[in-house]
Design a protein around this ligand. Sequence first.
Ligand code: FAD
Ligand code: NAP
Length: 543
Amino acid sequence: MTSNQSLEFDSIIVGAGFAGLYQLLRLRRAGFSARVIEAGDNVGGTWYWNRYPGARCDIESLQYQYGFDPDLAREWRWTERYATQPEILRYIEFVADRYDLRRDIQFSTRVTAAHYDDASARWTVHTDRGDAYTCRWLIMATGCLSVPKTPEVPGIDAFEGESYHTGAWPHEGVDFTGKRVAVIGTGSSAIQSIPIIARQAEHLTVFQRTPNFSVPAHNYLLDESQWQEVAARIAELRAEARTTSAGILGIELNDVSALAVSEEERRREFERRWAIGGFAIGGAFNDVAINLDANETAAEFVRSKIREIVQDPETAEALCPRDYPFGTKRLCVDIAYYETFNRPNVKLVSIRDNPIAEITPKGLRLQDGTEFEFDAIVYATGFDAMTGALLRIDIRGRNGLTLRDKWEHGPRTYLGLQVAGFPNMFTITGPGSPSVLSNMIVSIEQHVDWVTDCLEYLRERDLAVIEAAPAAEDAWVDHVNQVADLTLYPRANSWYIGANVPGKPRVFMPYIGGVGLYAQKCAEVAANGYEGFLLSPEPALSR
Ligand code: FAD
Ligand code: NAP
């Protein structure tokens, strides 16, 4: 596409990950014209960018897939309990081809600005190629974890070796053979990549600011009957997933307090779930997320496992999380993470009280002056999550109000779907919706279905404007905060509250009330004529 074109569509979708692709398909089928704009040169979103060694889903593959088309489920065969990044990317590419989606996607193009015009009730969307698109409906499918965050320490550009961020990994891969490597960070991305990098590198040093709780994946190959059984029932299973709290099926919830059973029984229950692997441990008792004493039993169980696995007692202690409750940062799911610290070529350096002061041309220096030399540094330092991708775009709503000003003290939305003052703009898995606390594909499908149904409703009634009412937004924001405060989650310095980005407002961003209750609320809002939203006809007609 050439630059400086003016292009008109019913809707512009920003992002070609799981959300943008499904949104495009639904709008096309509903008869709306739509164009997707994507910064990357192909589809995939998260799975296009995060190509670091060991990247996999932590929700089981059979559930981490679209559920909207039984034929699609029958045609795709998942090979492992937790699919690798290349397999998930192949799946998304298969979906794009199967539904002929690429013809409506503008790749290698970044949206830089989106401005709403009151008089025409339309958005103008500007890109880094100089194009200006106009549309009635602007759908932000920009992702919750799509803006990599590099530490704010001096000298990063001065490093003479190779630097990588897990969230922007080179497509051709990286060979660490014979190299001295540093990994900074111990979140999910680090925990997945460290075991593989350790096997390749001559030496690996892991810089840990905060240890994470990690549970074993117990990954295995799927046999034919397992995926066929799911494929045959995919619609029913997806509908059921939408009624659960995290959009995940098969996690048996034990409706008993961790404090109501004997120590032996508690240990047995934790052991049983540790042996199942993945998030099974999350359902062990009903009060781990809300009662600190109950939570401590789960935390201490995982610490006991770390001490069992890691041979050097000092390293084991350093790997034990202590200063936030179990599960209040995203639980990591690993393949031989703790075991990796038994390798002679791997060293853990705690930088909790001795942070990185500077990246030097040869490596890095800690605050106490200790220097390290490396051939490569891997930043596994996470993302400017949930609001980052939206706030990087110059979004201006009614009367020129900027989203940056509106969200100066943290994101405010109605249902995580719309922002008061920004008519006709929707956020897929936006802050204030269950999003990152759920199986994201379940939440993405629920949002995309809701938005598409809403646009059809408006079209049938000749309505041209939908906007969250300020009072409905205020009430929803209060509710999101109240529910979060009932849990232990806000006690952790997590990316859920923006703690990983210096200066970011500390607000618990996702909705923790559960996918089931949330989806029911969205359905009721729609059934009541989009309660809490202001609907109006074409501006010219309404005058
Ligand atoms: P994304 O996949 O992030 O796609 C957003 C797209 O928007 C990107 O391609 C980006 O380039 C594009 N974009 C953003 N801004 C602009 C702009 N201004 N202009 C143009 N394009 C733009 N969730 C789970 O439920 N289970 C998992 O197992 C799981 N594993 C994960 C593993 C990793 C390594 C990461 C980082 C996240 C994981 N997640 C997981 C969360 C994951 O992000 C979601 O599951 C899902 O892939 C999100 O899809 P999306 O389409 O909403 O966003
Ligand atoms: P993350 O969880 O935010 O972890 C980032 C790590 O970098 C943390 O250990 C953090 O320490 C550290 N860090 C950040 N800045 C630092 C600094 N200046 N100095 C030293 N250490 C610093 O990011 P992530 O691992 O990329 O994961 C983000 C999310 O993506 C996950 O929570 C999950 O939702 C998703 N994900 C899922 C999978 C999966 O298993 N499928 C894999 C990867 C990612 P602090 O904790 O002290 O801030």
